[in-house]
Design a protein around this ligand. Structure first.
Ligand code: KG4
Ligand code: ZN
Length: 342
C-alpha cells in the first residue's frame, strides 16, 4: 500500500479533535474545545465535556475532511483514543469511530492517548528515535515512559502520585486570581518575576523519597506551600507579588520534571528525551530541558504547542504508524477504558 490515509479521533478530555494524515504528513488538524464552558468551574466538568463532544463531533469531522481536501470514503483506516480519559467523553469518540469504520468498511485502530502524545512528534520532527524517554505533562497526566516501540512496547517508569503538573499550574493560577486554564498565564506572569524569590519545595526529591519514588512526581505539597505563602502575605496586609510567586512556583515544577526526566534517560541509557502534553508548551520547561539535557549529551524533542495539547492529529499519527508497522486492527467491540494502561 502507498502511504496510508488515516483519520484520527480524540475525545478523552475537553477537546474534540479530528486529524487526518497521509503516512506521517499532516493534512488536517481540526479541534473544537469546550474549555470556555469549563472555565467558570475552574476545571473540566465531565458531563459538560461529553455533551460538547456530541455536538462538535460531526462538524469537526467535516471540517477536517474539507481542510485535507478528501472525502470520507478516501480514508484507509480510522483511529481513535480508547483511553485513558473521561469515560463519557471517550465513549463519544469511540462510538463515532466505530460507526465510521463500520459504515465505510475500513479497519479501526483503537489507540492509547499517552502513546499518541508521543507519536505526534513524528509529524514535526520525522521518525521517532526508539528507544526514547517520553515525559508527558498535562492537566490529566504526568508520566515518564520508556518508549521501545510507540505502537505497543512502552514501559511506564513513573507518574504523579497526586496532582498532575498542569493541574498544579491551574490550581496555583486560581490562587493568584489568574484565569483557567492557568498554565499559559503563569508562564506569562513568570517572565517578569524572579524564579529565586521564594524557595518552594521540590516534591519527592529527598534521599528517602527517591528510594521509593525515583521517577514519580508529587505536586500537591507544592500547591499547598504556595497557598500558605499567599495566605500569610494577605494576612500581613502586604500585596502578593504575583509575578515572583508565578516564577518561583514554575521553577520548582520545571526543576523536578527536568531532573527526573534526565535521571530516567540516563538510567535507561537513552539519548533522546521527548516532552509532550499541554505543559510542554511552557517556555521555562523547554529552555531548562534543552540546557540541562545538552550538558548530558541528551537530545530533546518537543512538538510545537498546538501538537502538544490534545488533538486528533496525534491519534491519526499513531494510527498511521500502526498500519505501517502491520499491527492488527481492533475489533468493533473495543471498549472505551478510562484507565487504559500503556
Ligand atoms: O494536554 P492538555 O491540553 O490537556 C490535558 O490532557 O490535560 O493540557 C492542558 C494543561 C492545562 O493544565 C494547562 O494549564 C497546561 O496544560 N498548560 C500549560 C501551558 N500551556 C498549557 N502549563 C504551563 N505552561 C504553559 N505555557
Ligand atoms: Zn493529553
Amino acid at each position: 500500500m502507498s502511504e496510508p490515509l488515516v483519520l484520527g479521533i480524540e475525545t478523552s478530555c475537553d477537546e474534540t479533535g479530528v486529524g487526518i494524515v497521509r503516512g506521517q504528513t499532516l493534512l488536517a488538524d481540526a479541534v473544537a474545545s469546550s474549555v470556555d464552558e469549563h472555565a467558570r468551574f475552574g476545571g473540566v466538568v465531565p458531563e459538560v465535556a461529553s455533551r460538547a463532544h456530541l455536538e462538535a463531533m460531526v462538524p469537526t469531522i467535516e471540517r477536517a475532511c474539507e481542510t485535507a481536501g478528501i472525502r470520507l470514503d478516501d480514508v484507509d483506516a480510522i483511529s481513535v483514543t480508547s483511553g485513558p480519559g473521561l469515560v463519557g467523553a471517550l465513549l463519544v469518540g469511540v462510538a463515532a469511530a466505530k460507526s465510521l469504520a463500520l459504515g465505510l468498511g475500513k479497519p479501526l485502530y483503537a489507540v492509547n492517548h499517552l502513546a499518541a502524545h508521543v507519536a505526534v512528534d513524528q509529524l514535526e520532527h520525522g521518525p521517532l528515535p526508539e528507544p526514547c524517554l517520553a515525559m508527558l505533562v498535562s492537566g490529566g497526566h504526568s508520566s515518564l515512559l520508556l518508549v521501545e516501540d510507540v505502537t505497543g512496547e512502552i514501559d511506564p517508569l513513573g507518574s504523579t502520585i497526586d496532582d498532575a503538573a498542569g493541574e498544579a499550574f491551574d490550581k496555583v493560577a486560581r490562587l493568584l486570581g489568574l484565569p483557567f486554564p492557568g498554565g499559559p498565564h503563569i508562564d506569562r506572569a513568570a517572565r517578569s518575576g524572579s524564579s529565586v524569590a521564594i524557595d518552594f519545595p521540590r516534591g519527592l526529591t529527598t534521599r528517602r523519597d527517591l528510594e521509593r519514588h525515583r521517577f514519580d512526581f508529587s505536586f500537591s505539597g507544592l500547591k499547598t506551600a504556595v497557598a500558605r505563602w499567599v495566605e500569610a502575605r494577605e494576612r500581613s496586609g502586604e500585596p502578593v507579588p504575583v509575578e515572583d510567586v508565578a516564577a518561583s512556583f514554575q521553577e520548582a515544577v520545571c526543576d523536578v520534571l527536568v531532573r527526573k526526566a534526565l535521571d530516567a534517560a540516563g538510567d535507561r541509557g537513552v539519548e533522546h528525551l521527548l516532552i509532550g502534553g499541554g505543559v510542554a508548551a511552557n517556555s521555562r520547561l523547554r529552555a531548562m530541558a534543552e540546557e540541562r539535557a545538552a550538558a548530558k549529551g541528551i537530545r530533546v524533542r518537543v512538538p510545537r504547542p498546538g501538537l502538544c495539547t490534545d488533538n486528533g492529529a496525534m491519534v491519526a499519527a499513531l494510527g498511521s504508524e500502526m498500519v505501517s508497522r502491520g499491527r492488527a486492527p481492533s475489533g468493533l467491540d473495543v471498549p472505551a477504558d478510562s484507565s487504559l494502561p500503556v
